[in-house]
Design a protein around this ligand. Structure first.
Ligand code: SIN
Length: 574
Protein backbone atom coordinates (compact mmCIF):
# COMPACT_ATOMS: atom_id res chain seq x y z
CA UNK A 1 0.00 0.00 0.00
CA UNK A 2 1.20 3.50 -0.76
CA UNK A 3 2.76 5.20 2.25
CA UNK A 4 1.22 8.64 2.21
CA UNK A 5 3.51 9.78 5.00
CA UNK A 6 6.78 8.73 3.35
CA UNK A 7 9.43 11.48 3.49
CA UNK A 8 9.47 13.90 0.61
CA UNK A 9 12.59 13.61 -1.53
CA UNK A 10 13.92 14.45 -4.99
CA UNK A 11 12.46 15.49 -7.36
CA UNK A 12 10.21 17.40 -4.93
CA UNK A 13 13.33 18.98 -3.47
CA UNK A 14 15.90 20.52 -5.76
CA UNK A 15 19.08 19.35 -4.05
CA UNK A 16 21.17 22.03 -5.75
CA UNK A 17 19.35 24.54 -3.58
CA UNK A 18 21.55 24.28 -0.59
CA UNK A 19 22.83 26.54 2.16
CA UNK A 20 25.38 25.57 4.75
CA UNK A 21 25.68 26.66 8.34
CA UNK A 22 27.04 25.36 11.64
CA UNK A 23 23.72 24.94 13.43
CA UNK A 24 20.14 25.14 12.25
CA UNK A 25 17.46 25.67 14.89
CA UNK A 26 13.85 24.98 13.91
CA UNK A 27 11.47 26.91 16.14
CA UNK A 28 11.65 30.17 18.04
CA UNK A 29 10.31 29.54 21.54
CA UNK A 30 12.26 29.66 24.80
CA UNK A 31 14.19 26.43 24.12
CA UNK A 32 15.44 27.25 20.64
CA UNK A 33 16.20 30.90 21.38
CA UNK A 34 18.06 30.11 24.61
CA UNK A 35 20.15 27.50 22.84
CA UNK A 36 20.90 29.82 19.92
CA UNK A 37 21.76 32.79 22.09
CA UNK A 38 24.16 30.79 24.24
CA UNK A 39 26.11 29.72 21.12
CA UNK A 40 25.71 32.82 18.97
CA UNK A 41 29.20 34.21 19.62
CA UNK A 42 30.93 31.10 18.40
CA UNK A 43 28.85 29.51 15.66
CA UNK A 44 26.90 30.52 12.59
CA UNK A 45 23.31 29.78 13.45
CA UNK A 46 20.22 29.79 11.26
CA UNK A 47 16.85 30.01 13.06
CA UNK A 48 13.88 28.84 11.02
CA UNK A 49 10.40 29.89 12.11
CA UNK A 50 7.00 29.51 10.44
CA UNK A 51 5.83 32.88 11.66
CA UNK A 52 7.78 35.90 12.76
CA UNK A 53 10.39 35.90 15.50
CA UNK A 54 8.71 36.32 18.87
CA UNK A 55 5.57 34.42 17.85
CA UNK A 56 5.55 30.98 19.47
CA UNK A 57 3.79 28.91 22.11
CA UNK A 58 6.17 30.45 24.67
CA UNK A 59 4.74 33.89 23.96
CA UNK A 60 1.32 32.80 25.23
CA UNK A 61 2.54 31.32 28.52
CA UNK A 62 0.80 33.28 31.23
CA UNK A 63 1.44 31.59 34.56
CA UNK A 64 5.17 31.48 34.47
CA UNK A 65 8.36 29.66 35.11
CA UNK A 66 8.71 27.34 38.09
CA UNK A 67 11.98 27.39 40.04
CA UNK A 68 12.83 26.50 43.62
CA UNK A 69 14.17 29.94 44.54
CA UNK A 70 11.92 30.89 47.48
CA UNK A 71 13.29 31.02 51.03
CA UNK A 72 10.80 28.34 52.13
CA UNK A 73 11.52 26.15 49.11
CA UNK A 74 14.03 23.44 48.31
CA UNK A 75 14.88 21.59 45.08
CA UNK A 76 13.81 18.32 46.72
CA UNK A 77 10.29 19.72 47.20
CA UNK A 78 10.11 20.79 43.57
CA UNK A 79 11.35 17.34 42.51
CA UNK A 80 8.74 15.64 44.70
CA UNK A 81 5.89 17.77 43.32
CA UNK A 82 6.98 17.15 39.72
CA UNK A 83 7.18 13.39 40.25
CA UNK A 84 3.84 13.25 42.07
CA UNK A 85 2.11 15.08 39.20
CA UNK A 86 3.84 12.84 36.64
CA UNK A 87 1.86 9.78 37.81
CA UNK A 88 4.64 7.19 37.88
CA UNK A 89 6.17 8.09 34.53
CA UNK A 90 8.79 10.72 35.36
CA UNK A 91 12.48 9.97 34.92
CA UNK A 92 13.78 10.97 38.34
CA UNK A 93 17.34 11.73 37.18
CA UNK A 94 16.00 14.02 34.46
CA UNK A 95 13.70 15.77 36.95
CA UNK A 96 16.60 16.31 39.38
CA UNK A 97 18.73 17.76 36.58
CA UNK A 98 15.89 20.07 35.57
CA UNK A 99 15.17 21.36 39.04
CA UNK A 100 18.83 21.70 40.04
CA UNK A 101 19.49 23.80 36.95
CA UNK A 102 16.60 26.18 37.66
CA UNK A 103 18.17 28.89 39.84
CA UNK A 104 21.29 29.35 37.68
CA UNK A 105 19.19 29.36 34.51
CA UNK A 106 16.94 32.05 35.97
CA UNK A 107 20.03 34.13 36.80
CA UNK A 108 21.21 33.70 33.18
CA UNK A 109 17.83 34.86 31.91
CA UNK A 110 17.83 37.88 34.23
CA UNK A 111 21.29 38.67 32.89
CA UNK A 112 19.84 38.71 29.36
CA UNK A 113 17.39 41.43 30.38
CA UNK A 114 14.21 39.49 31.26
CA UNK A 115 12.22 41.44 33.85
CA UNK A 116 10.24 39.30 36.27
CA UNK A 117 7.73 40.75 38.72
CA UNK A 118 9.12 41.70 42.13
CA UNK A 119 7.65 41.84 45.57
CA UNK A 120 9.62 43.88 48.13
CA UNK A 121 12.67 43.77 45.87
CA UNK A 122 12.61 39.99 45.61
CA UNK A 123 11.26 37.82 42.81
CA UNK A 124 7.50 37.53 43.30
CA UNK A 125 6.45 33.89 43.44
CA UNK A 126 2.97 32.68 42.50
CA UNK A 127 1.26 29.36 43.18
CA UNK A 128 -0.16 26.91 40.64
CA UNK A 129 -1.82 23.53 40.93
CA UNK A 130 0.04 20.67 42.63
CA UNK A 131 2.95 22.88 43.76
CA UNK A 132 3.55 22.61 47.50
CA UNK A 133 5.23 26.03 47.58
CA UNK A 134 4.88 29.37 45.84
CA UNK A 135 7.55 29.01 43.17
CA UNK A 136 6.17 30.37 39.90
CA UNK A 137 8.06 33.40 38.60
CA UNK A 138 5.94 35.68 36.49
CA UNK A 139 6.32 38.83 34.43
CA UNK A 140 3.90 41.60 33.59
CA UNK A 141 1.48 39.80 35.93
CA UNK A 142 0.28 37.20 33.43
CA UNK A 143 2.50 37.93 30.42
CA UNK A 144 5.51 35.81 31.38
CA UNK A 145 6.14 34.10 28.05
CA UNK A 146 5.84 37.36 26.14
CA UNK A 147 8.47 39.00 28.36
CA UNK A 148 10.88 36.07 28.00
CA UNK A 149 10.47 36.12 24.21
CA UNK A 150 11.00 39.88 24.16
CA UNK A 151 14.25 39.62 26.07
CA UNK A 152 15.66 36.72 24.03
CA UNK A 153 14.63 38.17 20.67
CA UNK A 154 16.18 41.54 21.50
CA UNK A 155 19.49 39.82 22.29
CA UNK A 156 19.44 37.59 19.23
CA UNK A 157 18.70 40.40 16.82
CA UNK A 158 21.94 42.03 17.93
CA UNK A 159 24.06 38.95 17.06
CA UNK A 160 25.54 39.13 13.55
CA UNK A 161 26.23 35.38 13.47
CA UNK A 162 22.53 34.58 13.68
CA UNK A 163 20.41 34.43 10.53
CA UNK A 164 16.66 34.43 11.10
CA UNK A 165 14.45 32.91 8.42
CA UNK A 166 10.86 33.98 9.15
CA UNK A 167 7.74 32.67 7.37
CA UNK A 168 9.74 29.57 6.58
CA UNK A 169 8.37 26.10 7.22
CA UNK A 170 10.61 23.10 7.89
CA UNK A 171 9.47 20.20 5.75
CA UNK A 172 11.79 17.25 6.14
CA UNK A 173 14.90 16.20 8.04
CA UNK A 174 17.73 15.04 5.82
CA UNK A 175 19.70 11.93 6.69
CA UNK A 176 23.36 11.90 5.71
CA UNK A 177 26.31 9.61 6.29
CA UNK A 178 25.91 6.78 8.78
CA UNK A 179 22.34 7.76 9.55
CA UNK A 180 23.27 11.14 11.03
CA UNK A 181 21.07 14.15 10.53
CA UNK A 182 22.53 16.36 7.80
CA UNK A 183 20.09 19.24 7.98
CA UNK A 184 16.58 20.12 6.97
CA UNK A 185 14.60 20.98 3.86
CA UNK A 186 12.64 24.20 4.32
CA UNK A 187 10.26 26.26 2.28
CA UNK A 188 10.06 30.04 2.49
CA UNK A 189 7.06 32.10 1.49
CA UNK A 190 8.80 34.63 -0.64
CA UNK A 191 6.12 36.99 -1.80
CA UNK A 192 2.52 38.02 -2.06
CA UNK A 193 2.07 36.13 -5.33
CA UNK A 194 2.39 32.76 -3.62
CA UNK A 195 5.97 32.10 -4.83
CA UNK A 196 7.88 29.75 -2.60
CA UNK A 197 11.55 28.89 -2.29
CA UNK A 198 12.37 25.39 -1.18
CA UNK A 199 15.94 24.60 -0.20
CA UNK A 200 18.15 22.46 1.97
CA UNK A 201 19.92 23.91 5.00
CA UNK A 202 22.83 21.64 5.59
CA UNK A 203 24.39 21.63 9.07
CA UNK A 204 26.23 19.20 11.34
CA UNK A 205 23.80 20.11 14.13
CA UNK A 206 20.04 20.35 13.59
CA UNK A 207 17.81 21.32 16.49
CA UNK A 208 14.11 20.59 16.68
CA UNK A 209 12.61 23.21 18.99
CA UNK A 210 9.29 23.70 17.28
CA UNK A 211 6.87 22.92 20.05
CA UNK A 212 3.78 20.81 20.48
CA UNK A 213 0.62 19.87 18.66
CA UNK A 214 -2.40 21.51 20.29
CA UNK A 215 -3.88 22.02 16.82
CA UNK A 216 -4.73 18.33 16.73
CA UNK A 217 -7.82 19.26 18.74
CA UNK A 218 -10.71 21.57 17.93
CA UNK A 219 -10.31 23.54 21.14
CA UNK A 220 -6.81 24.44 22.24
CA UNK A 221 -4.90 27.11 24.11
CA UNK A 222 -2.12 26.85 21.49
CA UNK A 223 -1.58 29.17 18.53
CA UNK A 224 -2.25 28.05 14.94
CA UNK A 225 1.34 27.01 14.36
CA UNK A 226 1.29 24.24 17.00
CA UNK A 227 0.93 21.48 14.42
CA UNK A 228 3.45 18.93 15.68
CA UNK A 229 5.82 19.47 12.74
CA UNK A 230 8.94 18.47 14.65
CA UNK A 231 7.52 15.22 15.99
CA UNK A 232 6.09 14.29 12.60
CA UNK A 233 9.38 15.02 10.81
CA UNK A 234 11.25 12.96 13.38
CA UNK A 235 8.82 10.06 12.96
CA UNK A 236 9.23 10.07 9.19
CA UNK A 237 13.03 10.11 9.61
CA UNK A 238 12.86 6.99 11.81
CA UNK A 239 13.75 8.85 15.02
CA UNK A 240 12.38 7.37 18.26
CA UNK A 241 9.46 9.23 19.86
CA UNK A 242 7.51 8.41 23.02
CA UNK A 243 4.41 8.98 25.11
CA UNK A 244 2.21 10.35 22.33
CA UNK A 245 -0.89 9.32 24.28
CA UNK A 246 -0.25 11.95 26.95
CA UNK A 247 -1.65 15.37 26.12
CA UNK A 248 -2.43 17.75 28.93
CA UNK A 249 -5.80 19.47 28.71
CA UNK A 250 -5.73 22.79 30.53
CA UNK A 251 -8.81 22.92 32.76
CA UNK A 252 -9.70 26.57 32.32
CA UNK A 253 -9.88 27.96 28.82
CA UNK A 254 -12.53 30.58 28.03
CA UNK A 255 -15.35 28.67 26.43
CA UNK A 256 -18.89 29.00 25.17
CA UNK A 257 -20.69 30.40 22.20
CA UNK A 258 -19.25 33.63 20.92
CA UNK A 259 -15.88 33.19 22.61
CA UNK A 260 -12.61 32.19 20.98
CA UNK A 261 -10.58 29.83 23.19
CA UNK A 262 -8.36 31.87 25.52
CA UNK A 263 -6.24 30.57 28.38
CA UNK A 264 -7.28 31.61 31.87
CA UNK A 265 -4.11 30.90 33.80
CA UNK A 266 -4.01 28.37 36.58
CA UNK A 267 -2.39 31.13 38.59
CA UNK A 268 -5.91 32.59 38.84
CA UNK A 269 -6.91 29.54 40.88
CA UNK A 270 -3.54 29.86 42.63
CA UNK A 271 -4.72 33.29 43.84
CA UNK A 272 -7.91 31.70 45.21
CA UNK A 273 -10.48 31.54 42.39
CA UNK A 274 -13.25 28.92 42.72
CA UNK A 275 -14.79 26.61 40.16
CA UNK A 276 -18.59 26.46 40.31
CA UNK A 277 -21.24 24.26 38.73
CA UNK A 278 -24.34 25.65 37.07
CA UNK A 279 -26.05 25.42 40.48
CA UNK A 280 -23.21 27.41 42.04
CA UNK A 281 -21.55 24.55 43.96
CA UNK A 282 -17.77 24.29 44.40
CA UNK A 283 -17.71 20.80 42.92
CA UNK A 284 -13.92 20.34 43.28
CA UNK A 285 -14.32 20.14 47.07
CA UNK A 286 -15.80 16.64 46.66
CA UNK A 287 -13.22 15.55 44.14
CA UNK A 288 -9.79 16.11 45.64
CA UNK A 289 -8.25 17.35 48.92
CA UNK A 290 -6.52 20.15 47.00
CA UNK A 291 -9.88 21.18 45.46
CA UNK A 292 -9.29 23.75 42.66
CA UNK A 293 -5.53 23.24 42.99
CA UNK A 294 -5.57 19.50 42.36
CA UNK A 295 -3.33 18.26 39.51
CA UNK A 296 -4.46 19.45 36.11
CA UNK A 297 -5.66 16.09 34.83
CA UNK A 298 -7.88 15.69 37.90
CA UNK A 299 -9.39 19.15 37.52
CA UNK A 300 -9.89 18.75 33.76
CA UNK A 301 -11.79 15.47 34.21
CA UNK A 302 -13.88 16.87 37.06
CA UNK A 303 -14.87 19.85 34.91
CA UNK A 304 -15.71 17.57 31.99
CA UNK A 305 -17.94 15.47 34.27
CA UNK A 306 -19.61 18.57 35.71
CA UNK A 307 -20.27 19.96 32.25
CA UNK A 308 -21.99 16.68 31.32
CA UNK A 309 -24.03 16.68 34.56
CA UNK A 310 -25.11 20.27 34.01
CA UNK A 311 -25.84 19.72 30.30
CA UNK A 312 -23.76 22.85 29.74
CA UNK A 313 -20.74 23.82 27.62
CA UNK A 314 -18.72 25.25 30.49
CA UNK A 315 -18.41 25.61 34.25
CA UNK A 316 -17.76 28.95 35.95
CA UNK A 317 -14.62 30.46 37.34
CA UNK A 318 -15.48 32.75 40.23
CA UNK A 319 -13.19 35.53 41.53
CA UNK A 320 -15.90 37.71 43.02
CA UNK A 321 -14.68 37.05 46.58
CA UNK A 322 -11.14 38.28 45.80
CA UNK A 323 -9.74 41.81 46.04
CA UNK A 324 -10.70 43.29 42.65
CA UNK A 325 -7.82 45.74 42.49
CA UNK A 326 -5.29 43.02 43.24
CA UNK A 327 -6.85 40.71 40.62
CA UNK A 328 -6.66 43.39 37.94
CA UNK A 329 -3.04 44.16 38.80
CA UNK A 330 -1.99 40.50 38.90
CA UNK A 331 -3.79 39.49 35.69
CA UNK A 332 -3.80 42.47 33.35
CA UNK A 333 -3.75 40.42 30.12
CA UNK A 334 -6.68 38.23 31.14
CA UNK A 335 -8.60 41.23 32.51
CA UNK A 336 -8.13 43.09 29.23
CA UNK A 337 -9.03 40.13 27.04
CA UNK A 338 -12.19 39.37 28.99
CA UNK A 339 -13.22 43.02 28.94
CA UNK A 340 -12.94 42.93 25.14
CA UNK A 341 -15.38 40.02 25.30
CA UNK A 342 -17.80 41.83 27.57
CA UNK A 343 -16.75 40.03 30.76
CA UNK A 344 -15.41 41.47 34.01
CA UNK A 345 -12.88 39.08 35.60
CA UNK A 346 -13.58 40.49 39.05
CA UNK A 347 -17.39 40.64 38.90
CA UNK A 348 -18.67 38.07 36.39
CA UNK A 349 -18.69 34.29 36.40
CA UNK A 350 -16.23 33.35 33.64
CA UNK A 351 -17.26 30.33 31.50
CA UNK A 352 -14.36 27.86 31.20
CA UNK A 353 -13.80 24.34 29.90
CA UNK A 354 -10.76 22.10 29.27
CA UNK A 355 -8.73 22.55 26.07
CA UNK A 356 -5.66 20.84 24.60
CA UNK A 357 -2.65 22.59 26.07
CA UNK A 358 0.64 20.68 26.32
CA UNK A 359 2.10 17.63 24.58
CA UNK A 360 3.99 15.53 27.15
CA UNK A 361 5.18 13.08 24.49
CA UNK A 362 7.61 13.86 21.73
CA UNK A 363 11.02 13.12 20.31
CA UNK A 364 12.98 11.16 22.91
CA UNK A 365 15.87 13.29 24.12
CA UNK A 366 18.20 13.35 27.07
CA UNK A 367 18.64 16.42 29.26
CA UNK A 368 21.08 17.93 26.76
CA UNK A 369 18.83 17.35 23.76
CA UNK A 370 20.46 14.23 22.26
CA UNK A 371 18.01 12.07 20.30
CA UNK A 372 18.31 8.64 18.70
CA UNK A 373 19.73 10.31 15.56
CA UNK A 374 23.29 11.65 15.70
CA UNK A 375 23.39 15.33 14.79
CA UNK A 376 19.75 15.87 15.75
CA UNK A 377 18.77 17.55 19.02
CA UNK A 378 15.27 18.05 20.39
CA UNK A 379 14.49 20.76 22.96
CA UNK A 380 11.35 21.95 24.71
CA UNK A 381 7.83 20.74 24.06
CA UNK A 382 8.80 18.84 20.90
CA UNK A 383 10.94 16.56 23.06
CA UNK A 384 10.15 13.84 25.55
CA UNK A 385 12.83 13.92 28.25
CA UNK A 386 10.85 12.20 30.98
CA UNK A 387 10.54 15.29 33.17
CA UNK A 388 6.80 15.63 32.69
CA UNK A 389 5.82 11.98 32.96
CA UNK A 390 2.13 11.45 32.32
CA UNK A 391 1.10 14.90 33.49
CA UNK A 392 3.27 18.02 33.50
CA UNK A 393 3.50 20.11 36.64
CA UNK A 394 2.37 23.65 35.83
CA UNK A 395 5.10 26.07 34.71
CA UNK A 396 7.75 23.38 34.39
CA UNK A 397 7.79 23.71 30.61
CA UNK A 398 9.39 27.17 30.39
CA UNK A 399 11.89 25.85 32.91
CA UNK A 400 12.59 22.81 30.74
CA UNK A 401 13.15 24.90 27.61
CA UNK A 402 15.50 27.19 29.49
CA UNK A 403 17.53 24.65 31.49
CA UNK A 404 17.86 22.00 28.79
CA UNK A 405 18.43 24.67 26.11
CA UNK A 406 21.44 25.89 28.12
CA UNK A 407 22.66 22.34 28.78
CA UNK A 408 22.44 21.43 25.10
CA UNK A 409 24.44 24.53 24.22
CA UNK A 410 27.08 23.62 26.81
CA UNK A 411 27.41 20.17 25.32
CA UNK A 412 27.92 21.61 21.82
CA UNK A 413 30.44 24.11 23.19
CA UNK A 414 32.41 21.33 24.85
CA UNK A 415 32.21 18.78 22.06
CA UNK A 416 32.76 20.80 18.89
CA UNK A 417 36.30 22.18 18.63
CA UNK A 418 36.77 25.30 16.49
CA UNK A 419 38.60 23.31 13.82
CA UNK A 420 35.43 21.29 13.19
CA UNK A 421 33.56 24.31 12.01
CA UNK A 422 32.09 24.14 8.56
CA UNK A 423 33.30 26.17 5.55
CA UNK A 424 31.60 29.53 4.92
CA UNK A 425 28.05 29.70 3.67
CA UNK A 426 27.75 28.69 0.02
CA UNK A 427 25.57 30.53 -2.44
CA UNK A 428 22.06 29.18 -2.63
CA UNK A 429 20.14 28.29 -5.74
CA UNK A 430 16.50 28.81 -4.97
CA UNK A 431 13.87 26.64 -6.55
CA UNK A 432 10.32 27.75 -6.92
CA UNK A 433 6.94 26.03 -6.68
CA UNK A 434 3.73 27.08 -8.25
CA UNK A 435 1.06 28.42 -5.90
CA UNK A 436 -1.42 25.77 -4.80
CA UNK A 437 -4.80 26.06 -6.55
CA UNK A 438 -7.47 27.64 -4.37
CA UNK A 439 -9.64 24.50 -4.46
CA UNK A 440 -6.86 22.56 -2.76
CA UNK A 441 -6.52 25.23 -0.11
CA UNK A 442 -10.19 24.83 0.76
CA UNK A 443 -9.88 21.07 0.91
CA UNK A 444 -6.83 21.26 3.16
CA UNK A 445 -8.67 23.57 5.56
CA UNK A 446 -11.80 21.37 5.61
CA UNK A 447 -9.74 18.27 6.30
CA UNK A 448 -7.86 20.00 9.11
CA UNK A 449 -11.13 21.00 10.77
CA UNK A 450 -12.55 17.51 10.27
CA UNK A 451 -9.51 15.94 11.92
CA UNK A 452 -9.73 18.35 14.86
CA UNK A 453 -13.39 17.48 15.41
CA UNK A 454 -12.61 13.74 15.36
CA UNK A 455 -9.80 14.16 17.90
CA UNK A 456 -11.95 16.31 20.18
CA UNK A 457 -14.84 13.86 20.08
CA UNK A 458 -12.92 10.60 20.49
CA UNK A 459 -9.34 11.22 21.69
CA UNK A 460 -10.03 13.79 24.37
CA UNK A 461 -9.92 14.14 28.17
CA UNK A 462 -11.74 10.80 28.49
CA UNK A 463 -11.29 8.10 25.83
CA UNK A 464 -12.06 4.40 25.41
CA UNK A 465 -11.11 1.56 23.08
CA UNK A 466 -14.34 2.12 21.15
CA UNK A 467 -13.87 5.85 20.75
CA UNK A 468 -10.24 5.38 19.73
CA UNK A 469 -11.09 2.74 17.11
CA UNK A 470 -13.80 5.00 15.80
CA UNK A 471 -11.30 7.86 15.54
CA UNK A 472 -8.79 5.69 13.66
CA UNK A 473 -11.39 4.67 11.09
CA UNK A 474 -12.46 8.25 10.52
CA UNK A 475 -8.89 9.56 10.37
CA UNK A 476 -7.97 6.97 7.73
CA UNK A 477 -10.71 8.30 5.50
CA UNK A 478 -9.10 11.75 5.61
CA UNK A 479 -5.68 10.62 4.44
CA UNK A 480 -6.65 10.88 0.76
CA UNK A 481 -6.43 14.65 1.14
CA UNK A 482 -2.66 14.51 1.64
CA UNK A 483 -1.06 16.09 -1.40
CA UNK A 484 1.98 14.23 -2.66
CA UNK A 485 4.22 17.29 -2.82
CA UNK A 486 2.67 19.18 0.12
CA UNK A 487 3.21 22.43 -1.73
CA UNK A 488 2.03 24.98 0.82
CA UNK A 489 2.66 25.55 4.51
CA UNK A 490 -0.93 24.52 5.20
CA UNK A 491 -0.52 21.27 3.26
CA UNK A 492 2.77 20.53 5.05
CA UNK A 493 1.03 21.10 8.38
CA UNK A 494 -1.92 18.91 7.43
CA UNK A 495 0.39 16.05 6.48
CA UNK A 496 2.10 16.36 9.87
CA UNK A 497 -1.17 16.64 11.77
CA UNK A 498 -2.71 13.57 10.13
CA UNK A 499 0.36 11.45 10.80
CA UNK A 500 0.44 12.55 14.40
CA UNK A 501 -3.32 12.15 14.90
CA UNK A 502 -3.00 8.54 13.77
CA UNK A 503 -0.01 7.79 16.01
CA UNK A 504 -1.49 9.60 19.04
CA UNK A 505 -4.67 7.56 18.66
CA UNK A 506 -2.83 4.27 18.16
CA UNK A 507 -0.69 5.00 21.21
CA UNK A 508 -3.78 5.77 23.29
CA UNK A 509 -5.34 2.49 22.15
CA UNK A 510 -2.20 0.52 22.95
CA UNK A 511 -1.87 1.86 26.52
CA UNK A 512 -4.62 -0.13 28.20
CA UNK A 513 -4.69 1.71 31.52
CA UNK A 514 -5.40 5.18 32.89
CA UNK A 515 -2.48 7.32 34.03
CA UNK A 516 -2.12 11.08 34.34
CA UNK A 517 -3.58 12.83 31.34
CA UNK A 518 -4.46 9.56 29.57
CA UNK A 519 -7.80 8.40 30.98
CA UNK A 520 -9.49 5.33 29.49
CA UNK A 521 -13.03 4.84 30.81
CA UNK A 522 -12.83 1.19 29.74
CA UNK A 523 -9.55 0.76 31.70
CA UNK A 524 -9.80 3.24 34.57
CA UNK A 525 -7.09 1.71 36.79
CA UNK A 526 -3.40 2.61 36.76
CA UNK A 527 -1.37 -0.55 36.18
CA UNK A 528 1.67 -0.80 38.48
CA UNK A 529 3.37 -2.97 35.83
CA UNK A 530 3.46 0.07 33.55
CA UNK A 531 5.06 2.42 36.10
CA UNK A 532 8.12 3.98 34.48
CA UNK A 533 7.34 2.31 31.15
CA UNK A 534 7.17 4.76 28.27
CA UNK A 535 5.56 3.83 24.98
CA UNK A 536 8.28 4.20 22.37
CA UNK A 537 7.32 4.51 18.71
CA UNK A 538 9.46 4.35 15.58
CA UNK A 539 8.30 4.34 11.99
CA UNK A 540 10.07 1.75 9.87
CA UNK A 541 9.06 1.45 6.23
CA UNK A 542 5.79 3.19 7.01
CA UNK A 543 4.98 0.76 9.86
CA UNK A 544 4.97 1.89 13.47
CA UNK A 545 7.02 -0.25 15.86
CA UNK A 546 5.89 0.13 19.45
CA UNK A 547 7.54 -0.98 22.64
CA UNK A 548 7.26 -0.20 26.34
CA UNK A 549 10.49 0.60 28.13
CA UNK A 550 12.61 3.36 29.58
CA UNK A 551 13.58 6.36 27.50
CA UNK A 552 17.21 5.28 27.24
CA UNK A 553 16.23 2.84 24.51
CA UNK A 554 15.27 5.77 22.32
CA UNK A 555 18.05 8.27 22.84
CA UNK A 556 21.58 8.53 21.67
CA UNK A 557 23.58 8.78 24.84
CA UNK A 558 25.38 10.88 27.13
CA UNK A 559 22.89 12.82 29.23
CA UNK A 560 20.80 11.67 32.12
CA UNK A 561 19.36 8.61 30.42
CA UNK A 562 21.38 5.44 30.52
CA UNK A 563 23.17 4.55 27.28
CA UNK A 564 21.25 2.66 24.60
CA UNK A 565 21.39 -1.05 25.15
CA UNK A 566 20.84 -0.80 28.90
CA UNK A 567 17.12 -0.36 28.40
CA UNK A 568 14.35 -2.74 29.12
CA UNK A 569 12.07 -2.56 26.11
CA UNK A 570 9.49 -5.14 25.15
CA UNK A 571 8.32 -4.97 21.58
CA UNK A 572 4.59 -5.30 21.41
CA UNK A 573 3.73 -4.66 17.80
CA UNK A 574 5.64 -5.65 14.71
C1 SIN B 1 -1.15 28.63 33.02
O1 SIN B 1 -0.80 29.80 33.20
O2 SIN B 1 -2.11 28.13 33.58
C2 SIN B 1 -0.36 27.81 32.07
C3 SIN B 1 0.96 27.59 32.61
C4 SIN B 1 1.48 26.26 32.20
O3 SIN B 1 0.81 25.55 31.45
O4 SIN B 1 2.56 25.89 32.68
Amino acid sequence: MEDRFAPLSAPVVDWRSRRETDIVVIGAGIAGLTFALRLAERFRIVIVTKGVLGESNTRYAQGGLAAAVGSDDHPDLHVADTIAAGAGLCDEDAVRTLVAGGPAAVRWLLGRGARFDLSQDRLALGREAAHSRNRVLHAGGDATGAEIERALVAQLRARPGVTILERTVAIELVTGNAGACAGVVVQADSGSDGERDRFLISAPVTVLANGGAGQLWAVTSNPEGATGDGIAMALRAGVAVADLEFTQFHPTVLSGSGYEPFLISEAVRGEGAYLRSRAGDRFMLDDHPLAELAPRDVVARAIQRQIARDGAVAVSLDLRHLDAELVRRRFPTITRHLAQNGLDLTADLVPVAPAAHFFMGGVIADTSGATSMPGLLALGEVSCTGVHGANRLASNSLLEGLVFGLRAAERINESVPDTDRQPPLTASVASSDKPMPASHAGEVERTRQGMREIMSADVAVVRSADSLRNALAQLASLEDTILPDAATKEAVELRNLLLLAREVTRSALTREESRGAHFREDAPARLPALDGRHQIVRLEGGEARRSFGDLASGCNSGGSHKPPGSARADRIEG
